[in-house]
Design a binder for this molecule. Structure first.
Ligand code: PMT
Length: 305
């Protein structure tokens, strides 16, 4: 398996990396000037793994960025500055509340010919729009997009290295669903794979885990929170502990695919804490990300003392 350095050496940088670095740097420089500003990098959505250089086919995963986009909103509510590194066209803070596939159903044409928001949607949209506008005016949200695994890892490294200058005022919240397998650039066909060549046999290589380099070198003073996703609940706690011991970061949030919206486990080397939504909370529309972020904000305050 290649190590992190080999991966970056052999994997071409995404278009626009330099421009994104400039945007992130400007955002962090501005943050430094605000007293007590805390900056969190939230990663969200799934990475793709292309099968061809001129990509027609790619491998994808299930995540549409619910965890990341909701969490980003709650961090903003707590006054944080948020760098939202997300999969293109996945869910985003605030706009996630809009009915994406039925956007036109929210609107109507009034008797005067003007476009109006239908009465039943007005209250919710007004609330979301107010929050969105306030965050925009305060310049507290920076949106950065990725699509492929290579885009994501290059941007994660760039953002982390820039955030190093923030010392312990930086938090990383790694909620993106990151592929563990890929086809290295030098082993990938350039052109579309032809079905006339017969059945396709794929050989994927392991992606090096980036957490070690991230914690040790890229952003060593930050409060780093990674996620551990399993489908077998029995594996969750042990896997989370293994990750903590191996990468030596602050906290792993364990979640099981089927129950991830209602319970997670917060694991540190000192304690294990389950966070759950009660039935009444689910019924009232509460999101587990609100509880996760409240919990992290308290832990982070202790970390910064
Ligand atoms: O978007 P939703 O539908 O709301 O789903 C949210 C979620 C289930 C995707 C999210 O809560 C979650 O668990 N995200 C992490 C998924 C994941 O990549 O888990 P993993 O067990 O494969 O990786 C563990 C950690 O290693 C992750 O923090 C990842 O960032 C990191 N990693 C992964 C691959 C890699 N090559 N290098 C890494 O450092």
């Amino acid at each position: 398996m290649a190590d992190a350095a080999d991966f970056f050496y052999n994997t071409p940088e995404p278009a626009g990396l330099k421009a994104n670095e400039e945007r992130i740097k400007l955002f962090c420089d501005t943050a430094v000037k605000r007293s007590n500003a805390r900056v969190v990098l939230v990663t969200s959505g799934g990475t793709t793994v292309p099968l061809e250089g001129n990509t027609v086919r790619f491998i994808d995963n299930f995540s549409i960025g619910t965890r990341g986009s909701a969490s980003a909103e709650y961090f903003l509510k707590h006054g944080y500055l948020v760098i939202f590194l997300h999969r293109a066209r996945s869910l985003q803070p605030y706009t996630r509340h809009l009915p994406h596939t039925k956007l036109l159903d929210v609107l109507e044409i009034g008797n005067d010919g003007k476009l109006n928001v239908k009465e039943e949607h007005t209250e919710k949209l007004r609330t979301v729009l107010k929050k969105y506008k306030q965050v925009q005016e305060e310049g507290r949200l920076l949106m950065v997009e990725f699509t492929t695994l290579a885009d994501y890892l290059h941007l994660l490294k760039a953002a982390s290295c820039i955030m190093k200058s923030l010392g312990n005022r930086a938090m990383l919240y790694l909620a993106a669903a990151v592929s563990d397998f890929y086809i290295p650039a030098d082993k990938m066909p350039l052109h579309k794979i032809q079905s006339s060549d017969g059945p396709l046999k794929l050989s994927l290589e392991l992606v090096p885990k980036m957490l070690e380099a991230l914690v040790m070198n890229w952003v060593p003073e930050a409060f780093v929170v990674s996620f551990k996703l399993e489908t077998d609940a029995d594996l969750l706690k042990d896997k989370a502990c293994q990750a903590l011991k191996k990468y030596k970061h602050e906290l792993v949030i364990g979640n099981v695919l089927m129950t991830r919206k209602n319970e997670v486990v917060m694991v540190t080397l000192k304690d294990t804490e389950w966070i759950r939504l009660e039935t009444s909370e689910v019924e009232s529309g509460m999101e587990i990300e609100e509880k996760i972020v409240d919990n992290l904000v308290n832990r982070y305050a202790q970390f910064c003392i």
